[in-house]
Design a protein around this ligand. Sequence first.
Ligand SMILES: Cc1cc2nc3c(=O)[nH]c(=O)nc-3n(C[C@H](O)[C@H](O)[C@H](O)COP(=O)(O)O)c2cc1C
Length: 276
Amino acid sequence: MQFSDVIRKQRAIRDFAHQFIDRTTIERLIGSAILAPSAMNLQPWAFAVVADRQKVDEFAKRAKEWLLTTLSTTSYEPSLRHMLENPNFSVFYHAPALVLVMAKASGTQAAEDCCLAAENFMLAARDEGLGTCWIGFARPWLDLPSIKAELGLPEQYHVVAPIIFGYPKEWPESPGRNPAEIHWLAENTSDYVRGADTVSAGHGGTTKKLSADRGDAGPVKLTVHCRCKKNFEVEYLNYQSILGSQVKCCQCGREKIITQINAEDVWPADARARCA
Ligand SMILES: Cc1cc2nc3c(=O)[nH]c(=O)nc-3n(C[C@H](O)[C@H](O)[C@H](O)COP(=O)(O)O)c2cc1C
């Protein structure tokens, strides 16, 4: 998958197919996780893997029981009690596998480093067609000294990211994201032009949403609204070739790279262009 697709199509998966995940695959994902950067390159992470649905279910049951008894003492919303009291609710959603990303040191920035490793793991999984879901809900239980002792994990290790994973039954729609709140504190506009260039995507001039999953074919026409007020059209053979492409304004000669599409899985009516 293209990297931009991996990011856009990453979803929290809570419904898994009954499909085994082999050790080589899991080791490959962990291999991607440890490519994450870390403060002073300390790489303060360790991983624990449960590749057995029954065991994951057993942990889910115990974590749920513990959460029900301790909920009032934690920072979780009391409304979560309702969810926990549902007999059909499993904190690990009957996933076939669970990985714990653990911080080996409590000082420095070990937790931050582990979060980056966790994200790498999830994106690498998405790239391979595997679904993941970070289950923060279960973290306090997994981090109990008694549980770590039972699992044979060093007591000083700190569970940062419990991530369930497996082959998804389906890829759900994105729940969406709020627009980014950006505070531009400084910007040198002499070598980077931002903002006014926008692009409309459409088939034959009419704006149309193009879904990567539907495999919409081209030709796709883009209308580029240049900062110099000139609107010009560019035609592509297919939509896959749009992102990263370079276009040139026929009036002012500015070159732009189509860099950003402002929607999940869909080419929206307006994208952003950046002057090259
Ligand atoms: C730190 C963290 C903790 C999370 N904890 C839970 C959890 O306990 N249970 C759960 O079902 N999903 C959990 N999620 C998944 C989020 O609910 C999910 O990523 C979010 O709703 C956005 O959905 P998306 O990832 O499909 O875009 C967690 C995600 C993060 C990053």
